[in-house]
Design a protein around this ligand. Structure first.
Ligand SMILES: Cc1cc2nc3c(=O)[nH]c(=O)nc-3n(C[C@H](O)[C@H](O)[C@H](O)COP(=O)(O)OP(=O)(O)OC[C@H]3O[C@@H](n4cnc5c(N)ncnc54)[C@H](O)[C@@H]3O)c2cc1C
Length: 416
């Protein structure tokens, strides 16, 4: 521990945790900053951290309308993996996974990365051909991927119904062993503490209500706590990307939809890593507390509701029981949703915008948690140098003009 000695930890514990210092300050907003970042989710906080750490830019404010990490970063199902299909995505997400692998050390905060593997199931000959093509493509790009037979899957996850009598028999699958889960809140808190330590102001309960521009250049932001001047402003607001970008006159090709998840009562450890099926459209993992965490697809209409609808929950649970009939005995404890921003090719929109000094990190859709370290690092580089980082060059808004889409619909689907 760098910050606390064992003696201090014992003192805090024995004094009923009354004297813990706050992990970050709650400063009043200043009248101007070099950089303002809108949204204190993982992406906004990581961008601020890397701006300060790697580029020496710490006169930065992260403005959050609610509480930090209260958006999708604190609502997701925490899957991390880099098994995308196209090289642009694979290189970016593999870089992110590598950053995750050393993140606890980098931030001196246990983000509880657990690399139990991400297993994708195939239920037909067609599925298996697609999975083989996918896993070959990954291997060619130097990313770990391995095909598994039904027998290997049975040994890996005994609770799965691998019998031929299953409604959707499992023909095999492919696994990324380095994939897994990480603690979502810890990722937000760790970046927040790291950014705050370096002088970044994180200002909660401060909604951005307008973006001022003049002659095609950003000037600052209107907030519930007054006007804040900044030459550079970054938007990192997930499901609200379109509404916030519209404040600067930008129309984004993004649809906002609810994405739900549920957890069961806790049970003894019974599941390794993440198991998912694109066919039945559900994915399952077990949290460190023992809860079975279940997710599926998005609600099928645009919405800003952070609640989600019942038919989708029923559909996802029915899908899960096709895979794990024994889970029918479990009781559900909680259900929730987040608002995700989905782009036409299911790839992120990150980089510069047509407004000078205005940057965006959005379109992460259902899969931006795993992207937080690399998204933050590359956006910080882009803001500092006013040039897109090479890893995100392909993910700019210009691709919708050029038609150079990177269609990750299949890899981003239920896998998130
Ligand atoms: C149920 C669910 C499951 C998911 N599962 C996975 C998964 O397993 N793996 C994965 O990689 N990804 C997953 N995701 C997606 C992932 O959570 C997001 O892509 C990611 O968290 C986006 O991070 P962010 O920092 O961009 O957004 P957020 O964490 O949502 O942060 C944006 C912040 O901006 C704030 N904000 C909005 N408007 C304003 C404003 N006007 N002024 C100030 N602040 C504002 C919000 O309050 C919010 O705190 C899932 C999402 C959901 C909802």
């Amino acid at each position: 521990m760098e910050k606390y000695s064992l003696l201090q930890l014992a003192k805090h514990a024995l004094s009923g945790h009354r004297h813990w210092p706050p992990a970050w300050r709650s400063p009043e907003p200043k009248q101007s900053y070099d950089v303002v970042i809108i949204g204190a989710g993982g992406h906004g906080l990581a961008s601020a951290y890397y701006l300060a750490k790697k580029h020496g830019i710490s006169n930065v404010a992260v403005l959050e309308k609610g509480w930090l990490g209260g958006g999708n970063t604190g609502r997701n199902t925490t899957v991390v993996r880099s098994n995308y299909f196209y090289p642009q995505s694979t290189h970016f997400f593999e870089h992110s996974l590598k950053l995750y692998e050393s993140l606890s050390r980098e931030l001196n905060y246990n983000v509880m990365l657990s690399q139990g593997g991400v297993l994708t199931l195939g239920h037909s000959r067609h599925d298996m051909e697609i999975l083989e093509r996918w896993s070959n493509s990954l291997q060619l790009q130097g990313v770990d991927a391995e095909m598994m037979t039904t027998e290997q899957i049975r040994r890996h996850t005994p609770l799965l119904d691998t019998s031929r009598a299953a409604r959707y028999p499992i023909w095999g699958g492919f696994i990324q062993h380095r994939g897994g889960v990480a603690r979502h809140d810890a990722v937000a808190w760790a970046y927040a503490r790291g950014a705050d330590d370096r002088g970044v102001d994180i200002i909660q309960n401060c909604q951005v209500t307008g973006i001022r521009t003049s002659a095609g250049r950003v000037q600052g932001v209107e907030t519930g706590r007054g006007y804040i001047r900044a030459d550079k402003v970054a938007i990192a607001v997930a499901g609200h990307s379109s509404t916030v970008a519209a404040m600067a006159g930008l129309k984004l090709p993004i649809v906002s939809q609810s994405l739900q998840a549920v957890v069961s009562e806790p049970v003894k450890p019974c599941l390794n890593g993440v198991v998912l099926s694109g066919l039945v459209h559900a994915y399952v993992s077990q949290s460190d507390r023992g809860e079975i965490l279940i997710g599926g697809g998005t609600d099928r209409y645009p919405s800003y509701g952070q609640r989600g609808n019942l038919p989708l929950v029923e559909e996802t649970l029915a899908a899960t029981l096709n895979l794990f009939p024994r889970f029918s005995r479990l009781k559900l404890m909680r259900q929730w949703a987040g608002t995700v921003d989905i782009s036409p090719d299911s790839s992120p929109i990150i980089g510069k915008t047509p407004v000078a000094g205005l940057y965006i990190s959005g379109g992460w859709g259902t899969g931006g948690f795993k992207a937080i370290p690399a998204g933050g690092e590359t956006l910080a580089h882009t803001i500092a140098s006013d040039r897109p980082h090479p890893l995100i060059e392909a993910f700019g808004l210009q691709r919708f003009v050029d038609g150079a889409l990177i269609d990750e619909g299949a890899a981003a689907g239920v896998a998130h």
